[in-house]
Design a protein. Structure first.
Length: 258
């Protein structure tokens, strides 16, 4: 069995593969102050609850954009699983080429998503990968597996928090699409502006990428927390895959364990 972990700014995603099947996956809040023992006990409890024998886990892969967490997490894997994990970063085989001006700046999670989209969904062509996380990222990989361009915007949660934190009379709201953009009260007016405005932003960025690349046939793949909410409302997104990160981690793991 393989433990696949993506450590993000907001959440830690944990999955277990048995062969090519993802047999379990969970989400934990990212907290810098946790010790390796706290992570270890949490993971063991999750595995036990899902009737997965932790002793069968013989390998692991980790991607992270939170350096402060990595020391504790790597110690967790060594102490509780006796595993030295594959860590997504320089020197790790991915099957794609990072050709941005500073490849070291590219987040590991973005690389993992690109790997999965290129191998699973490109059909030999270019792909735009949208990650709806703490930030919303738009990454472009061409038919040769070269990553050259990326766009980063505030995530929908950040946008919502800015509304109620920076304005004295606006309340904290649930992030959901109202029945109509024609809002009749404060809450639905905020929801309408947030959701429909975000859909418009996503559509414009996708269209602008296609225009500047002179390629209207680029496939668009989305993933991440609010990805389903947005992708259901636009025809510009071809595929939503909530498990894209896990699939990318498995692909990279296999390339480095052959």
């Amino acid at each position: 069995m393989i433990l696949a972990v993506d450590i993000g700014n907001t959440n830690i995603l944990i999955g277990v593969y048995e062969g090519d099947e993802l047999v379990g996956n969970w989400k934990m809040i990212t907290k810098n102050e946790k010790t390796s023992d706290e992570y270890g006990i949490s993971i063991l409890n999750l595995l036990s609850f899902s009737n997965i024998d932790h002793k069968k886990i013989k390998s692991a892969i980790v991607s992270s954009v939170v350096p402060n967490v990595m020391h504790s997490f790597e110690n967790t894997l060594k102490k509780y699983f006796n595993i030295d994990p594959v860590v997504v970063g320089p020197g790790v085989k991915t099957g794609i080429t990072i050709m941005t001006e500073n490849p070291k700046e590219v987040g590991a999670d973005r690389i993992v998503g690109l790997v999965a989209a290129h191998e699973l969904y490109s059909k030999g062509g270019a792909v735009i990968v949208i990650g709806f996380g703490t930030a919303t990222t738009f990454d472009v990989i061409n038919e040769r597996g070269e990553y050259r361009y990326g766009i980063t915007s505030p995530g929908i949660q950040i946008s919502a928090e800015a509304l109620w934190q920076r304005t004295a009379q606006l309340p904290k709201i649930e992030i959901k699409k109202p029945d109509s953009i024609l809002a009749k009260n404060t809450v639905t007016s905020m929801q309408a502006g947030l959701i429909y405005g975000y859909i418009g932003q996503v559509e414009y960025i996708i269209k602008k990428i296609k225009e500047e690349m002179n390629n209207e046939k680029i496939r668009v793949v989305a993933t991440g927390g609010f990805g389903r909410l947005i992708s259901d409302e636009t025809s510009e997104i071809d595929i939503f895959d909530s498990l894209l990160i896990f699939k990318g981690l498995k692909i990279i793991h296999d390339k480095n364990k052959r």
